[in-house]
Write a protein that binds this ligand. Structure first.
Ligand code: P6P
Length: 337
């Protein structure tokens, strides 16, 4: 019997059960439900220009940002997937001020909590630029069978048992890690399945791409400005100047840099003295992936994964990507600050 030309996410999960935390099938079941939600959101994203889901939902999220209809739709889909999986007892979302603790007996038996940005980069929805979903999974600390507790959501990133993103781009990909390497699955619309397309992704130690909003350069610290000048300086030996690539969508910028090598930076600014990105559901999952792929992720001084969270929506500066590039900007910051 000829083997199928591809392996689906579900087959991969079953075949690699031992790779999943505690190998009890619970984690893989949660991942399966998240993947189904991703397919549902993908279908809406692909039709955003056609169906009546472009534009404002008329509400604002906890960040005070206008909620696009797709934001709200994606948030609802992923929360429902977590609840219905029976493996998740609560969710923290960028779109909700308070954490959501599920009240059904089934959900309260869940062993995991999920923290997510259901649709990152949503300001790009109306202009057809790639957007993404970011998720982070922890094993709960509170007893099973009870409501999730605040402490379940405030664990350091080092404690994650899974993390990933969905990139709704020229193709739709689900990229995740459980701490044993990074795997990428590409959605085949003809069969409606995520199929393994990138096994054990590793990111180049050195890259030639830097991603930062240079409109803020006047607000950056001297060390960050020195690094950006370094990226822009002619030097044949080190193949500089590098290329500036920044599309205002973390998942898309991160994925390109992961695959090709590069650094993404969101340094402190006057408007965002602690950076703009959220520690728990943007920086930590991306940091877990980056480190698993051989890269680094810091707040400029320490690994993002070692930050002890205090509040669900707290922000942190982020320097993430190719290890040599992250080390270089850290050195420059240390020298000049
Ligand atoms: P700025 C999108 O709002 C986001 O959270 C990331 O996806 C993106 O990299 C960043 O903010 C863009 O922020 O301030 O450069 O527009």
């Amino acid at each position: 019997m000829p083997s199928a030309p591809f392996i689906t996410l579900n087959q991969f999960i079953v075949d690699r059960q031992a790779d999943f935390p505690y190998a009890s099938g619970e984690f893989s079941r949660l991942l399966y439900y998240l993947a189904v939600a991703a397919k549902i959101v993908n279908r809406k994203v692909n039709k955003a220009g056609l169906a009546d889901i472009i534009g404002e939902a008329g509400s604002t999220n906890v960040q005070g940002e206008e909620q696009k209809k797709l934001d709200v739709f994606a948030n609802d889909q992923f929360i429902a997937a977590c609840r219905n999986s029976g493996e998740c007892c609560g969710v923290a979302s960028e779109e909700n001020q308070e954490v959501i603790t599920f009240e059904t007996e089934l959900a309260q038996r869940g062993n995991y909590v999920v923290l997510m940005d259901p649709l990152d980069g949503s300001s790009n929805i109306d202009v057809n630029v790639s957007i993404g979903t970011i998720f982070s999974i922890y094993r709960r600390l509170s007893p099973r069978g009870e409501m999730a507790q605040p402490g379940d959501f405030l664990q350091p990133g080092r404690k994650q048992c899974g993390a990933g993103y969905v990139l709704y781009g020229s193709s739709t990909m689900l990229v995740y890690t459980t701490g044993r390497g990074v795997y990428g699955f590409t959605l085949d619309p003809s069969i409606g399945e995520f199929c393994l397309s990138h096994s054990l992704i590793t990111t180049p130690t050195e890259g030639k791409i830097y991603s930062v909003n240079e409109g803020n350069i006047g607000q950056f610290s001297p060390g960050v400005r020195s690094y950006i000048a370094y990226c822009q300086t002619n030097d044949k030996e080190t193949d500089r100047p590098y290329s500036g690539r920044y599309i205002g969508s973390l998942v898309a910028d991160f994925h390109r840099n992961l695959m090709k090598g590069g650094i993404y930076m969101y340094p402190p600014t006057a408007k965002a003295p602690n950076g703009k990105l959220r520690l728990l559901y943007e920086c930590n999952p991306m940091a877990f992936l980056a480190e698993q792929a051989g890269g680094l992720a810091t707040d400029g001084r320490m690994s993002v994964l070692d930050i002890v969270p205090e509040t669900v929506h707290q922000r942190t500066p982020l320097f993430i990507g190719s290890a040599s590039m992250v080390r270089r900007v850290m050195d420059m910051m240390a020298q000049e600050e």
